[in-house]
Design a protein around this ligand. Structure first.
Ligand SMILES: *[C@@H]1O[C@H](CO)[C@@H](O)[C@H](O)[C@H]1NC(C)=O
Ligand SMILES: *[C@@H]1O[C@H](CO)[C@@H](O)[C@H](O)[C@H]1NC(C)=O
Ligand SMILES: *[C@@H]1O[C@H](CO)[C@@H](O)[C@H](O)[C@H]1NC(C)=O
Ligand SMILES: *[C@@H]1O[C@H](CO)[C@@H](O)[C@H](O)[C@H]1NC(C)=O
Ligand SMILES: *[C@@H]1O[C@H](CO)[C@@H](O)[C@H](O)[C@H]1NC(C)=O
Ligand SMILES: *[C@@H]1O[C@H](CO)[C@@H](O)[C@H](O)[C@H]1NC(C)=O
Ligand SMILES: *[C@@H]1O[C@H](CO)[C@@H](O)[C@H](O)[C@H]1NC(C)=O
Ligand SMILES: *[C@@H]1O[C@H](CO)[C@@H](O)[C@H](O)[C@H]1NC(C)=O
Length: 403
């Protein structure tokens, strides 16, 4: 099974459209991405020898894992591929089982993403794939990037190449191509001391901001880009005009990266606070907050330093702050749709709260999140206006505006 995730390392062009090995009979299929394109996936490992990993004692360079989801023309055949590697899935079974989710061993290993078939690139009749813009995604602290694969592949299906970046030791588990694991340095976050948390969060975001720049540098290498994505033009990817979205700490990174990297033209923070180096100066680039129920800028329980409230006047460009009703912190990940698909959505309120879930249905949460992310990206990348970004609309009564 690991072989699939190692394919990219072999640098073979023809297997870029993510042909998975046969999965077991018991696989459970996530919904087909709703955009007009099918989606392919590549996975790669990137090492930045110029920096040291701050969250381990040993001297280690920064070692990142990325998934790239890209649009492909509609094909006759589609296929299903593992949602996450089996070893990572086993860790998630255990971890989420501890919070009360019904996730016995083998639960997450069964999940499969709906991807494009294994047609070779030379068979594509539509070669416009190459023109799709690149956008960046980062997950929450403590949460593998794989738990956003459905959101990210849905965005890719609308015509974006999305690179999803995992940050070692600040997500729960990063699994490398050789199978080795980097596990969350939980000790650092296991404190109620706000100053300590702020210091850790600040360092984590600083590190992630540089990770994003490093990934863009790496993807600007056309040879490397071609090894990941079929049908790019000879010049490769456009890494100079991109946007970023992220969840929680990933969203705070999407804010702080704005002033640090000219290549990121706008940022979307899904259910996150704002801390990190970006707070010093604010930004004039487009920035959007998409928050859970009750997470207003004035809410001092969510945000003891009131950073949202304080930084808001320093966001001098286009900005929005929306709230989605009936949601918790993790409704902005794949949790709702994944649990719904597996039939394990908890009904117990305490378990829901532990998992950070509201009462919004899985597919609906996915639809709201991906529709608003999509509208934001279309605005930043193409300058396209959208009624849903201007104020409440009938189609999404769950969404209210905080400005
Ligand atoms: C966690 O990070 C701290 C601070 O960098 C470090 O001292 C500690 O050794 C790390 N823990 C592990 C298990 O690597
Ligand atoms: C589930 O897996 C973990 C670790 O892989 C193991 O320790 C545990 O015994 C397993 N539980 C069951 C019920 O098989
Ligand atoms: C791709 O094209 C080649 C040559 O035109 C053909 O032999 C092959 O069957 C095609 N493959 C698929 C998956 O359609
Ligand atoms: C977190 O910290 C508390 C209080 O210091 C401690 O009791 C607990 O064991 C820690 N949890 C972990 C997983 O390290
Ligand atoms: C958080 O940490 C950063 C970096 O050390 C510091 O500049 C900032 O003032 C701290 N914020 C608070 C509220 O303590
Ligand atoms: C570009 O990427 C290729 C393939 O990964 C690699 O062999 C080459 O060394 C890279 N070039 C530079 C300048 O880093
Ligand atoms: C990247 O996209 C921007 C905006 O469309 C365009 O102006 C720029 O020339 C592109 N750069 C490359 C290298 O294609
Ligand atoms: C904030 O602005 C000052 C003055 O322009 C600049 O020196 C500093 O690097 C900026 N800090 C960040 C984190 O962008």
């Amino acid at each position: 099974m690991l072989l699939f995730f190692a394919l990219v390392a072999l640098n073979s062009f023809k297997i870029c459209s993510a042909a998975p090995p046969e999965m077991s009979q018991t696989q459970i299929h996530l919904p087909k991405p709703t955009g007009q394109y099918q989606v392919g996936r590549s996975v790669a490992e990137l090492i930045d020898y110029s920096r040291k990993q701050p969250f381990v004692q040993d001297d280690e360079p920064i070692k990142l894992m990325i998934s790239v989801f890209y649009p492909l023309p509609q094909q006759k055949h589609s296929t299903f591929a593992a949602y996450m590697p089996p070893e990572t899935a086993a860790i998630e079974d255990f971890e989420l089982g501890l919070t009360g989710l019904a996730a016995p061993n083998g639960t997450f290993e069964k999940l499969a993403l709906h991807l494009a078939g294994n047609q070779t690139p030379e068979n594509f009749t539509d070669v416009t794939t190459c023109q799709y813009p690149l956008v960046v995604f980062m997950p929450a602290e403590g949460t593998t990037r794989h738990f956003y694969n459905q959101i990210v592949s849905t965005i890719a299906s609308t015509g974006y190449i999305v690179v999803s970046i995992d940050a070692a030791y600040d997500v729960d588990v990063v699994q490398y191509l050789d199978g080795s694991l980097a596990l969350f340095n939980f000790t650092l976050w296991n404190t109620t001391d706000q100053a300590l948390l702020n210091a850790t969060g600040f360092l984590a975001i600083e590190t992630r901001v540089r990770d994003v720049s490093f990934v863009l540098d790496s993807l600007s290498n056309a040879t490397f880009a071609h090894s990941l994505i079929p049908n790019l033009p000879p010049s490769g990817l456009n890494t100079t005009h991109t946007a970023m979205f992220g969840h929680s700490l990933g969203g705070a990174t999407a804010f702080s990266v704005l002033e640090a990297d000219d290549r990121i033209l706008g940022g979307l923070d899904m259910e996150g606070g704002l801390f990190g180096p970006g707070l010093l100066n604010g930004t004039s680039k487009p920035f959007m907050l998409m928050e859970r129920e009750g997470h207003t800028r004035e809410n001092a329980i969510d945000d003891p330093f009131l950073t949202l409230e304080k930084v808001w006047p320093h966001l001098t460009g286009w900005k929005r702050d929306i709230i989605v009703a009936d949601t918790g912190h993790y409704d902005f990940s794949d949790y709702p749709v994944v649990f719904e698909t597996l039939g394990v959505t908890p009904t117990n309120e305490i378990v829901l709260e532990h998992l950070g879930l509201g009462t919004l249905k899985g597919k609906r949460a996915l639809e709201i999140v991906t529709t608003y992310v999509g509208a934001f990206l279309d605005f930043v990348i193409y300058g396209k206006c959208s009624a849903i970004l201007d104020g409440p609309v009938e189609r999404f009564p769950e969404v209210t505006f905080e400005y």
